[in-house]
Design a protein around this ligand. Structure first.
Ligand code: NAD
Ligand code: UGA
Length: 478
């Protein structure tokens, strides 16, 4: 019988490792939680006394860090030390799509997971439960197990013994703390009852038992990929219907309400937008595509690949539409972009629709003034592959076509709108639904457009302001 867990080590202090371990530390004061990462800068920020500097913006996270850091929650780069002292280790490292080699462009790159497994094999002591928290392809637990089993056989360390569990994470960014505190379910896959019990006991400190699901390890791994694939599928479905609405005179919000009230369909995840972003939907579907092909199911692979293709088409459709409405050219025109994060309430920009749309507009010669309450200029610089243009940021310029770099970060929406031909809403930050459009309109160069790809602006606030208005999926003005 396994003893209660007293010492957890989480490898990976990212968007999952950080918030997940903060909540475990908060709910289980008797457990010491060490979050380790090789990224020194990230760990420094997790330890910063200024909570505004935490590397991840997530509503409610700062309060937990304030309560727990230095008590039973610790962030460190001492990976080996805290692996050694742990009786349970969570692997929460990145698993991006492979860039080269076998399966490039689709399969997950498991090199970070393998490195972790080898570190665990080398530095663990006694009996250790290893938990896959990262999203992994089906059968990855087998890879981890074989590395650990080899260590059991060949290590000098006496009584070295491992069990491996799958415990995928379902939190969404922006609502991570709420999702962790009140999960729809906690999924634990494994075949050792004692290990499963030890992990279940941790969650049962705050999650009702009926929500803690036990499956075999492969079902657990596949369920995680499937959940993301189903969610992404809904977004591509509604965005495809949005395009049809725009072409036919229907309104996608009315269609969504009508279908969403069918309980079999449900009303969530039916908001048309600029296309799904985030680090996982695309990666996890491509992973499913790879697995389906690998297991000789090309029709299944093709079905899921369609979701990703539609999403990419949809993002370019929005850029093309903006260009068309601005008389077929945006060259040298100033455009105010509202929102760069892939969704509201996060500073994460991974796979954000804003990246593709901004790149398309920049390629056509537009000059972008980008506003986002949480994303900093360094991140935008990395995502767009172009340095911020500080000259246009700091001075009033009428001829923009002379510049090589085509964007700057703007802290002020009125400055970003001054002389612009269009405002494009790409992230649904609450503050964007409360803007003073009268003031903004007075700054724009006429005829001007407002493109609302998130459907957060009430049309009433725009009419009578001498502005052209496009809203995603709204064909009612045809
Ligand atoms: P992330 O890139 O934000 O964080 C991963 C961290 O792991 C990085 O800080 C990196 O430095 C660290 N790392 C990598 N190898 C290491 C090693 N050997 N030792 C120590 N540290 C190491 O990634 P993330 O968004 O937290 O995602 C992690 C996993 O969780 C992925 O598999 C992802 O698919 C899954 N997931 C993510 C989310 C999400 O909302 N981001 C939600 C559910 C599941
Ligand atoms: C998603 C899942 O919701 C989580 O359950 C999962 O754990 C996580 O992926 C993961 O594995 O990484 P996340 O990507 O953080 O979470 O955010 P979502 O709320 O799912 O949004 C994803 C994208 O879809 C965003 O760009 C969002 O704007 C878009 N979206 C979402 C829509 O366009 N319409 C909707 O109705 C909902």
């Amino acid at each position: 019988m396994t003893e209660k867990i007293k010492n957890i080590c989480c490898i990976g202090a990212g968007y999952v490792g950080g918030p997940t371990m903060a909540v475990i530390a908060d709910k289980c004061p008797e457990i010491r939680v060490n979050v380790v990462d090789v990224n020194e800068e990230r760990i420094k920020l997790w330890n910063s006394s200024n909570l505004e500097e935490l590397p991840i913006y997530e509503p409610g996270l700062d309060k937990i860090i304030q309560r727990k850091r230095g008590k039973n929650l610790f962030f460190s780069t001492e990976v080996e030390k805290y692996i050694s002292s742990a009786d349970m280790i969570f692997i929460s490292v990145n698993t991006p799509t492979k860039k080269k080699g076998l399966g490039a462009g689709k399969a997950s790159d498991l090199k970070w997971v393998e490195v972790c497994a080898r570190q665990v094999a080398k530095f663990s002591k006694g009996y250790t439960i290893v938990v896959e928290k990262s999203t992994l392809p089906v059968k990855t637990a087998e890879v981890i197990k074989s590395i650990l089993e080899a260590a059991e056989l060949h290590s000098d360390e006496e009584n070295l013994k491992f069990d491996v569990l799958s415990n995928p994470e379902f939190l969404a960014e922006g609502t991570a703390i709420k999702d962790l505190e009140f999960p729809d379910r906690v999924l634990i896959g494994g075949n050792n009852d004692d290990a499963i019990l030890a992990l279940s006991q941790i969650y049962s400190n705050w999650v009702p038992e009926y929500k803690i699901l036990h499956t075999n390890i492969w079902s657990s791994e596949l369920a995680k990929l499937t959940a993301n694939a189903f969610l992404a599928q809904r977004i591509s479905s509604i965005n495809s219907i949005g395009a049809l609405c725009e072409a036919t005179g229907a309104d996608v919000r009315e269609v969504a309400r009508a279908i969403g009230s069918d309980r079999r369909i449900g009303s969530k995840f039916l908001d048309a937008g600029p296309g799904f972003g985030g680090s996982c939907f695309k990666k996890d579907i491509l992973n499913l595509v790879y697995l389906s092909n690998y297991f000789g199911l090309p029709e299944v692979a093709e079905f899921w690949e369609g979701i990703v293709k539609l999403n990419s088409w949809h993002q370019h459709r929005i850029s093309e539409l903006i260009i068309k409405k601005l008389f077929g050219t945006v060259s040298g025109k100033k455009i105010c972009i509202l929102g760069f994060a892939f969704k509201a309430n996060t500073n994460d920009t991974r796979e954000s629709a804003a990246i593709n749309i901004c790149k398309d507009l920049i390629n056509e010669g537009a000059i972008l003034f980008i506003h986002d309450p949480k994303v900093d200029a360094n991140q935008i610089e990395k995502d767009l592959g172009q340095k911020e243009n500080l000259i246009i940021k700091e001075s009033k310029i009428s001829n923009y076509s002379q510049f090589d770099s085509h964007w700057c970060k703007s802290e002020d929406i009125l400055t970003a709108s001054d002389g612009a031909d269009a405002v494009v809403v790409l992230t649904e930050w609450a503050e964007y639904s409360e803007l003073n459009w009268k003031e903004i309109s007075s700054k724009l160069r006429k005829p001007a457009w407002v493109f609302d790809a998130r459907s957060i602006i009430q049309s009433e606030k725009i009419i009578n302001l001498n502005l052209n208005f496009w809203k995603i999926g709204d064909g009612t003005k045809h």
